[in-house]
Design a protein around this ligand. Structure first.
Ligand code: D5M
Ligand code: FE
Ligand code: ZN
Length: 476
């Protein structure tokens, strides 16, 4: 008998278990590297049920060839910025970025009937204002005064200031995000100036969600922060071992999506070292790899970076560079992608974006808070852009193309960063903020952020039914 097999058996016996003779034959077939883990899982699960015999059926599901082959696990990477980022320098770069943002969003807007009445801003400022005229551009400035909101809108031909008096339209105007695309119908005011009659944002259309043909589950997580004193290692290990457990849902998981902040990083904020357990980013990455490595091979793992991970900080971010995490890059079932990325899993389109810009959305929009990140994500979906606000907290690279425009409507829109699990369904798109595996840090306490760590979000891709599983001690 192989050494690994006998040590796994000894473990089970030491916990008071018996092993059915038929089970022995199967033990030999289980991947040696996973055997110890498999036995520990079974022991734990069965002990909970007061059953102390390991039989054939307990082990069968761990043999690769016995995996339910009807559970499809097709994936297509539709967009990954890693090889596309170039970063032109200086003003020229930002001009190109904003011009591309305008034209990509204009293309989306032309699907609206009102777009037939569009005219360029230079036409208006030159005095050619018809009966019903629409303009479209990016919101460059907003002044909210007592009974008027003033918007400055730019298109490639010029810039215009327009006035909003109508109370309802003012509400829309006041909730717009800076630098976002919008369309406005305008008329001449009696005392001069241009009065807004209607404001339109790109938004997503109501749509029927794509579904997987088989009952396949995707698990959405983010913000591990490995290396931080506050990383919940025990809970995360519980989660990873659940993936190879006999739980019937776990048996149908084929995808794990990790939405950034894998490690805590070094020098991300002042005095961070006081909160670190591992002081070297490569040590942090190695530790993360060691933990993630225990995810069984039949599960595909997609990883994007966040603002704490090594590599470029400005958006869009290329994948975490290979030199920091050889182990993850070298595994066949691991996919290291950039931020944002778009995937298709069994036909279901999933947009992954760490969510850095949510700080700016929450910070500049009245009524939004860190307690409900899905509402801030909904606001971004309506702008059809992942990070419109320029010049606040979120660093944006001067790319020649704006990769942050949401051109394709996703079935699932997944972010993290806020460390609070929150779910929402908007016009057929499932919005998921997948929380964190780091408990509240002193900084978060000081700004009143109450994280909900240790929870995984699980989606049945066949039905779009979504639920959470809590891996913290006081649960279950
Ligand atoms: O972000 C963790 C949480 O902390 C998330 O809710 C955003 C919030 N955060 C991050 N930086 C700031 C600043 N500078 N002010 C206010 N709130 C912030 P993480 O990316 O994991 O550090
Ligand atoms: Fe984070
Ligand atoms: Zn973050």
């Amino acid at each position: 008998m192989r050494e690994e097999v006998s040590s796994a058996i000894s473990y089970a016996l030491s916990k008071g278990f018996q092993i059915h003779p038929d089970a022995f034959k199967i033990l030999e077939k289980i991947d040696v590297k996973e055997l110890q883990n498999v036995i520990k899982q079974i022991v734990r699960e069965k002990a909970k049920q007061n059953l102390f015999l390991i039989n054939q059926s307990d082990l069968k599901m761990f043999i690769e060839s016995d995996m339910d082959s009807t559970t499809e696990d097709n994936h297509v990477i539709l967009f990954d910025p890693t090889k596309k980022v170039t970063s032109a320098e200086g003003i020229d770069g930002f001009t190109a970025l904003f011009t591309d943002r305008y034209s990509k969003l204009m293309k989306i807007m032309t699907q609206r009937s009102q777009s037939k009445k569009l005219t360029s801003i230079s036409n208006i400022t030159n005095g050619k204002l018809g009966e019903e005229t629409y303009i479209a551009g990016l919101l460059m400035d907003r002044k909210i005064e007592r009974d008027v909101t003033k918007l400055t809108i730019d298109d490639p031909t010029g810039s215009i200031e327009v006035l909003v008096f109508n109370k309802e339209t003012q509400e829309t105007a006041n909730s717009l995000l800076m630098d976002q695309f919008l369309m406005a119908s305008i008329a001449s005011g009696k005392n001069g100036g241009f009065i807004v009659r209607e404001l339109l944002v790109p938004d997503i259309p109501d749509h029927i969600t794509n579904r997987s043909k088989t009952e396949t589950y995707a698990v959405l997580i983010s913000d591990l922060h490995v290396g931080s004193k506050y990383f919940l290692e025990k809970e995360f290990k519980e989660f990873v071992s659940w993936l190879s457990s006999p739980d019937p849902i776990a048996r149908k998981v084929r995808f794990v999506l990790v939405c950034g902040d894998i490690v805590d990083g070094i020098g991300i904020f002042p005095n961070q070292d006081k909160e670190l357990l591992l002081m070297d980013v490569n040590e942090q990455m190695a530790k993360a790899a060691e933990l993630l490595d225990k995810i069984p091979k039949h599960i595909k793992v997609f990883i994007i970076p966040g603002n704490h991970d090594p590599g470029r900080r400005a958006l869009p971010q290329p994948a975490i560079p290979e030199k920091h995490n050889m182990h993850l890059w070298n595994r066949e079932n691991f996919f290291m992608l950039g931020n944002p990325s778009l995937l298709e899993l069994n036909g279901v389109r999933i947009l992954m974006f760490h969510g850095q810009s949510l700080d700016d959305v929450v910070g500049t929009t009245p009524g939004l808070s860190y307690a409900q990140p899905a509402r801030a994500m909904r606001a971004l979906l309506r702008t059809r852009h992942l990070s419109p606000i320029y010049g606040k907290r979120t660093p944006i690279a001067p790319e020649l193309e704006d990769f942050m425009v949401i051109s394709d409507v996703p079935d699932i829109y997944h972010s993290g960063h806020i460390h609070v699990v929150d779910l929402d369904m908007y016009k057929g798109t499932l919005i998921v903020n997948s929380g964190a595996w780091q408990s509240q840090t002193p900084f978060q306490a000081s700004v009143g952020i109450n994280p909900t760590p240790g929870i995984a979000v699980i989606v049945n891709l066949a039905t779009m039914k979504v639920f959470t599983r809590d891996f913290t001690e006081n649960s279950s």
